[in-house]
Design a binder for this molecule. Sequence first.
Ligand code: ATP
Ligand code: MG
Length: 660
Amino acid sequence: MAESDALKHEHRLIPPTLQFAQHARVSGMEAYQALCAEAEQDFEGFWARLARENVDWKVPFTKTLNEDNAPFFKWFEDGKLNVSYNCLDRNLANGNADKTAIIFEADDGAVTNVTYKELHAKVCQFANGLKSRGIRKGDRVIIYMSMSVEGVAAMQACARIGATHSVVFGGFSAKSLQERIIDAGAVAVITADEQRRGGKCLPLKSIVDDALALGGCDSVRDVIVYQRTGNPIAFKEGRDIWLQDLVDKQPLDCEPEWVEAEHPLFILYTSGSTGTPKGVQHATGGYLLWANLTMQWTFDIKPTDVFWCTADIGWVTGHTYIAYGPTSVGATQIVFEGIPTFPHAGRFWETIGKHKVSIFYTAPTAIRSLIKASDLDANVHPKSFDLSSLRLLGSVGEPINPEAWMWYYKNVGKEQCPIVDTFWQTETGGHMITPLPGATPMTPGSCTLPLPGIMTAIVDEAGHDVPNGQGGILVVKRPWPSMIRTIWGNPERFKTSYFPEEFGGKYYLAGDGAIRHKDTGYFTITGRIDDVLNVSGHRMGTMEIESALVANPLVAEAAVVGKPDETTGESICAFVVLKQARPTGDDAKKLALELRNWVAREIGPIAKPKEIRFGDNLPKTRSGKIMRRLLRVLARGEAITQDVSTLENPAILEQLKQAQ
Ligand code: ATP
Ligand code: MG
């Protein structure tokens, strides 16, 4: 892949402030490099040291890594531990008992504080309640809830008794839920009567009823219902039980189930940007280690921080950086029930001021939509709020366009807060490539360098390393503790999807394309491998063209896809959302021409979209990611026959179908 001009231009290096660097847990590039060198020199010794220092083991491990049955790697396999013990009990022992664990900010702005002692008691009662229904180690439990203290407690309670949870995002349909219940063979579903979002009450329990009524869910014996809104719901005697009745009178303590390090902590179905969701299975010991360590390295977490990750517990980000990471380091965190635009699009900024949030972690999709909103209404612009408590910002979920990065850096971080652009996946369990905030000079749009011990590389189709400056396929050459262990019930698919034969079955294939900067060696994710464009023999990632479009002051969001073309092999079709209302007719034609020329100037004539379509939005997964595979079908003028169960806004497809 030829390095485009746009990426060559993007080589600004913005160092962390001296103040930040001086007090950081990993302070300066030498400290980062020393950790990397330690991992290079003694890979297993490095991980063993960290696992001993950061995780409490009931039975210490003696074996660090077992590669006998690669790619089914085992980490710390003869050790025993409990995740909930590591997140809760150890905070009671080390003086954090009365520290606030969770600040729950409800949709309507009501606030509930929960200390570590209270959370521990809640989880123990919950765990005892689950045990009273016969739920045991190894059983699978579906959690279908919205953001709540109870949602986090449900996950921790499962971990405490060794049950494997599978959280299903509360926006999924009955059909999607049913498929996941069946695939996981779940014995119980934990849900709520309803959820509150954006001032509305939305159903949860009735969707569980529908899912179970679709059939095939005979494994489910119990449906446990947390009462959130109190509106009437149907109740099936014998099967359904209120959470309150389940935990009432349960003892406030529950001896943790000590499980083997490889015991499956959870299964999580991926968000579905590229195809049918896969049940990604994670282990206990390695996952916990990485959740804990990345809180320290990437987020530089300190005892006084107020941490806020805006993800939902239905996504991996909400697992690692809400349920497990922050609690395992004894942090105070916000759990937010609402949405970024209710009651107004300044809600994030207002909430940061209200709770003195110091570390804020969100997704590019949210940033882009808030840029659009604050361009239209100065009252919801970050400058209208007190953001002085912030010291660190983070981004996750998609590549962040340099334009959006700069806006975030200037308007939210006031040029004082480092931004950690964290590249990772459901399958990786935690961060893989990211700046360390007190060490790495940042480049907008680049996730910079891999974390110590993470052996990422870029290879060509034959698996050979490509030189810096030349794009290729992102792989990880060595296993790491928090990696996916298998696809639940489908080890074959695990092998072929992630350790393909083309690379000798040895490299983990991330599925993303990337390029390293010639001088710095920094990684930039160029888009999904499946989305690479090939125009007249020039290979281009979707990311750079989209970023060029977003750099135009009129554009809020953009997605580009390839479409077969007789002369150029493939031509570029761009779907664009403007900050202003969607243009039609001649206005649309005029703007399309303007934007086509803009891209030609920014990147080069080769990257000029042949066609531009304007929409009010783009098709997105329920986690807010652009679904380019659907746009590809629309660009070709074909009918959509693919899996759209994870699509958030089906109505938008109709609008984008029409060429201008
Ligand atoms: P599916 O695997 O079902 O298609 P998904 O890949 O969207 O869904 P996730 O595991 O939530 O599911 O997302 C991981 C992907 O998100 C990465 O492979 C990458 O494409 C993208 N991503 C996440 N963070 C970043 C980042 N900081 N920069 C660039 N891309 C990112
Ligand atoms: Mg993926």
